[in-house]
Unconditional design. Sequence first.
Length: 272
Amino acid sequence: MPYAAAPDGTRIAYQVHGQGDSGDGGVAGTGLPLVLLSGQSNSHHWWDSVRADFDAVRTTVTLDYRGTGESDKPDVPYSTPGFAEDVVAVLDALGIDRADVYGTSMGGRVAQWLAARHPSRVRRLVLGCTSPGGLHGFERDRSVSTALASRDQRAARATLLDLMYTPTWLATHPGPYGTTGDPHMPAYARGRHLTASRRHDAWEVLPDITAPTLVVHGTADLFNPTANAPLLTQRIPNARMHLIPDARHAYFEEFREVASPLVLDFLEAPTA
């Protein structure tokens, strides 16, 4: 397992797949890599069900956030700007000067900081089911948060699955699910991730994003309310929005046949 060294020395595990996989954890050949950033308290396995869609045409790079997967798990404060610097460390370790970036959920929050603070490293940006955070962002309903925090773990998990997928999809896809959290993550790290996501506030830096941006959201997303999508679109220069009807938080998986081509068409479109 290859690792990058974060600015504070934390080891960040990363994975390279797709057309430019050199076979030794590096990037071979030509073509702009695509960085895939997963949701809160999840490792790179968040992307397992759809990664092949992007591997077919791109070198894809994922990482295990600190606190997840094979990365180190320091018991120190985490933040979305800090996660973005971990991504930069991975790009540096791979010798990647510039990449396209697709972040979903908390990964979209991380991607906002990456694109705003390191504009030369991001060519095109896709922000999925995410939020600007802070006072301007739309928070989920309190009843949703209360249900997710239930001491009844089975009930809390049922709530999470219902927020991620439609009942019709769940009825025909019994799992396991790669979007419901890293099962091997220590409790303290899970708490650190939750705090990092809750404290995210990129409102002031969103106008600094120079990469053409696609904002994608499901119209039935109650986990991260759909109202955040137009906020991001209006705040980021040269951004456009696509809403997927009836999709919940894990739109990229359940509505894969819509979402993956949508993202690839945006990334592969000729530069104006």
